[in-house]
Design a protein around this ligand. Structure first.
Ligand code: MLT
Ligand code: ZN
Length: 457
């Protein structure tokens, strides 16, 4: 009998036998990430239904020295939420309580298992909106997006998940609960635990609830898909939208190669009769129709080779599909290596030109797809045609980004995929401080032990 087998009884007493999953076929689904690149194993998935049950599960595992991987919607892209070495999976899916929106505060308290789509729908119903949006909105959860500090499609206007977070309830590794959900926006009373836990990838505590700020809901929207004959021109336009259009929600870059793949996989028709090098999808939203403001901002942007504009929801959705469906199209042709980097604005064009050559030199069979949140300097370099465990291309791309003064993770996190290269962005002293924080909050190393921090030398 393994140590974990010995915990099945106590775990069943804590959460109910129906929520302790051990069937090999069932638990296998929790042991692989969305891309299929990161595959581990587990013998048990526990699905607590309340904060008290999460606390009980963690107490049992921590006392027994058994490691735990918290899991939300499992839509992460860096292998941060799968049991890489037989850990117990702690699924937060059942923590799905969503309180009524507090209109006076423009805030809401949501359980970790609430999907971003459901949160957005509730905010919309109350005449507000949630500032974070991402293509995986119907599966990604509040808890998972906090763990990864997800940013997504509208971070240009509203910031990342950390910027939405007013308070959290979380369970420490030993089962103690910290709760700070009062919703005070000005609350200058020491260390800001929500900020620390946000982006900590489940290594410091398990977030069970969050108090989130909501933003105004703008009912008037316009989307423009702009075509350019150089990446440079598209980036100049993105910068211009960011600085001149106060109603800009998103400015997203993709290239002709990615557009061809999306069209091939999804059957979407080409947006323009001619082919171009680069595309920028811009969305503006305001109380009054922002079309004129968008056109005015565009008037200063030379070199637009073609443009399609949409105001009606269905037409906007059609234009967004060219950008949003990149992830799905890339996954359809093979397991991608996802390298999510951020670059200084002045280095993006050079990086976009150089990265594919560096990749081709190492792996001529590989195909490179570059797209992303251009106005934030966040590029997604996706590479297909590589073995899942072949890290050479990853290392080359991450080193290249760092050499330009960039970050090896703009929004996906470090996970297991990039932990070996954290030192490209963080000094030894910073990493030592990270380890000290980890040791203080999780002295036995129970929580997600195989992500974020580099493996000890
Ligand atoms: C996106 O922005 O679509 C995702 O974060 C990127 C990806 O799938 O690589
Ligand atoms: Zn993204």
């Amino acid at each position: 009998m393994t140590v974990v087998d010995g915990l099945l009884g106590p775990l069943a007493s804590a959460v109910g036998a129906a929520h302790v999953l051990t069937d090999a076929d069932v638990v296998a689904g929790y042991a692989v990430d969305w891309t299929g690149r990161f595959r581990g194993s587990t013998s048990v998935v526990v699905r607590p239904g309340s904060t008290a049950e999460v606390a009980a599960v963690l107490r049992i595992c921590d006392d027994a020295g058994v490691a735990v991987v918290p899991q939300g919607g499992n839509t992460g892209l860096v292998g941060g939420s799968v049991p890489l070495a037989g850990e117990v999976v702690l699924s937060l899916a059942r923590l799905a309580d969503l309180e009524d929106v507090d209109p006076a505060a423009a805030q809401v308290t949501a359980g970790a298992g609430v999907s971003i789509g459901r949160l957005q729908a509730a905010a919309t119903e109350a005449g507000l909106a949630y500032g974070v949006d991402l293509a995986s909105r119907d599966t990604a959860t509040v808890g998972g997006t906090i763990a990864t500090n997800a940013a997504g499609l509208r971070a240009l206007r509203y910031g990342d998940t950390r910027s939405q977070l007013v308070g959290v309830e979380a369970v420490l590794a030993d089962g103690r609960v910290v709760t700070h959900l009062g919703g005070l926006v000005r609350d200058n009373t020491g260390y800001h635990l929500p900020s620390l836990l946000c982006g900590s990838e489940g290594t410091l505590a398990v977030v069970t609830k969050a108090r989130l700020r909501l933003v105004p809901r703008y009912s008037e929207r316009v989307v423009a898909l702009l075509a350019f004959d150089s990446v440079d021109a598209a980036l100049v336009a993105a910068g211009s939208m960011r600085s001149r259009l106060s109603s800009v929600d998103a400015a997203e870059l993709f290239l002709q190669t990615g557009l061809d793949l999306v069209a091939e996989v999804t059957g979407l028709p080409a947006p323009f009769p001619a082919r171009h090098v680069a595309y920028l999808l811009v969305e503006a939203a305001d109380r009054l129709d922002p079309t004129d403001a968008l056109a005015e901002a565009l008037a200063d942007v030379g070199a637009v080779a073609d443009v399609a504009v949409a105001s009606a929801a269905s037409a906007r959705q059609r234009l967004w599909a060219y950008r949003e469906r990149h992830t799905e199209a890339i996954n359809a042709i093979g397991t991608p290596h996802k390298l999510d980097v951020a670059l200084p604005a002045s280095a993006i064009a050079a990086f976009v030109a150089e990265a594919p050559h560096r990749i081709a030199a190492l792996a001529p069979q590989a195909r490179t797809w570059i797209f992303g949140h251009a106005a934030d300097g966040n590029l997604h370099v996706n590479v297909t045609g590589l073995a899942p465990d072949d890290d050479q291309v990853d290392e080359t791309v991450l080193r290249l980004a760092a050499s330009y003064g960039g970050s090896i993770s703009a929004e996906h996190g470090i996970g297991t995929a990039k932990r070996a290269w954290l030192g490209l962005n963080r000094s030894d002293t910073e990493i030592a401080a990270f380890r000290a924080i980890k040791a203080a909050l999780d002295p036995r190393g129970t929580l997600n032990p195989n992500v974020l921090l580099p493996p000890p030398a």
